[in-house]
Design a protein around this ligand. Structure first.
Ligand code: LIP
Length: 271
């Protein structure tokens, strides 16, 4: 079996998942809470994850999964060298619940812990971001490229508040907002880590950082940003670690470094 086969099957399943999200976004939903009142899950998150996993197993029975809704809270993520699909069935669940059209499915395939495929699909705005290792990044089949911006004071910066209401985390989020607001062109938060990063890949934003996200929020977009010519690092400046729950991506190494130097750091418990 080749990566081409894996990509074709995943692409088809992502499109089917998109139809579920599109059909449900403006209709009543069963909403359940997870770690806290603003960390939500709906029946559609579960339905999409099930559809994707069953579709992959039917074709590739030995593949493994790390899925947001099938990883029990508090359980450590087991990432092995086996082909592993990392799935966020609905990234931007809060937006989905409210009917805000910035929501997507995010899937990545890792083999030997290297990301080979990344797909992020917003079925509401029809934005389909795809990347395969070494083959560039695309939106709706058109090549995309980061802006190449090097200076923070000319940058549009994506960030997120996150769903944790831990006072220590909130304090650091606010401190970073205070530090950065006067230093950038503007700050934006779409409510989805995957889509924030795709905006950097697209060249519509110049950098993005977040503390507290999970591997399923950023594994696919990490590849999409890098294949679009961008840089993904740990926010403190080291190598990106997909299990660290920390991410900084930027359109140039200079911008990544400048942002990293300014950030107050936060180290959540690892995935
Ligand atoms: C969300 C992320 C968002 C982050 C939230 C949450 P979900 O994912 O995309 O960037 O700030 O904490 O993790 O829960 O909508 O899949």
């Amino acid at each position: 079996m080749s990566i081409d086969n894996f990509y074709t099957v995943a692409f088809d399943l992502v499109k089917q998942a998109g139809a579920i999200i599109r059909d449900k976004i403006n209709r009543p939903k069963d909403v359940m809470v997870k770690s806290c009142d603003v960390d939500l899950v709906t029946e559609s998150d579960q339905q999409v994850e099930k559809l994707f996993m069953e579709g992959i197993i039917a074709n590739f029975p030995d593949h493994r999964f790390i899925g947001e809704e099938t990883t029990s809270s508090g359980t450590k993520v087991q990432l092995t060298d086996a082909p592993t699909w990392v799935i966020d069935p609905i990234d931007g669940t809060m937006n989905f619940v409210h009917g805000l059209p910035h929501t997507c499915i995010s899937v990545a395939l890792l083999i030997n812990k290297i990301t080979e495929i990344g797909i992020v699909y917003n079925p509401i705005l029809e934005q389909l971001f795809t990347a395969r290792k070494g083959q560039g990044a695309f939106m709706n089949a058109n090549p995309i490229k980061v802006s190449g911006e090097k200076e923070l004071n000319k940058s549009l910066l994506m960030f997120e508040m996150g769903t944790s209401r831990d006072p220590e985390k909130m304090k650091i989020v606010m401190e970073n907002l205070k530090i950065l607001t006067s230093k950038v062109h503007g700050l934006r938060a779409l409510g989805s880590a995957a889509l924030n990063m795709c905006m950097v890949a697209l060249g519509g934003a110049d950098a993005n950082f977040e503390f507290g996200i999970h591997i399923w929020d950023f594994a696919a977009s990490d590849l999409i940003v890098r294949e679009a010519g961008g840089y993904c690092i740990d926010p403190a400046g080291g190598k990106l670690d997909l299990l660290s729950r920390r991410l900084l991506c930027a359109s140039s190494p200079e911008l990544a470094q400048e942002l990293s130097n300014l950030l107050v750091q936060y180290y959540p418990e690892r995935d």
